[in-house]
Design a protein. Structure first.
Length: 109
């Protein structure tokens, strides 16, 4: 019984340990969120910015609306994209979702 009283008295004498545990728990949660959510998102944003800066005439692009076309003109903030013969549309750079990769047909022997 005396050991239980000693334990209760010790816990009552050190109220800061509960606050310290809470601070440590929040710190660990932030570190986990940083490495699982924030850091990968920043990496994707950098890759997208690099892709948008690297666009040049002749690149085949896909817009956010799903339109496929070829870049025929470049301005500072917009692109002129040819989507069919003699059909050109002007789109913002930010609306380009990706550069289309050319898929080579397999050669038969």
């Amino acid at each position: 019984m005396s050991s239980q009283l000693y334990t209760l008295a010790f816990q009552a004498a050190d109220p800061g340990s509960g606050i310290m545990n809470t601070v440590i728990m929040f710190g660990l949660m932030f570190v986990i969120l940083y490495f699982m959510i924030i850091r990968p998102q920043q990496k994707r944003q950098k890759e997208r910015q690099k892709m948008l800066e690297g666009l040049k005439k002749g690149d085949k692009v896909i817009t956010a609306g799903g339109i496929h076309g070829t870049i025929v003109g470049i301005d500072e903030k917009s692109l002129l994209v040819e989507i069919a013969d003699k059909v050109k549309v002007k789109v913002e750079r930010g609306s380009v979702s990706g550069v289309a990769k050319e898929v080579e047909a397999p050669t038969s022997k």
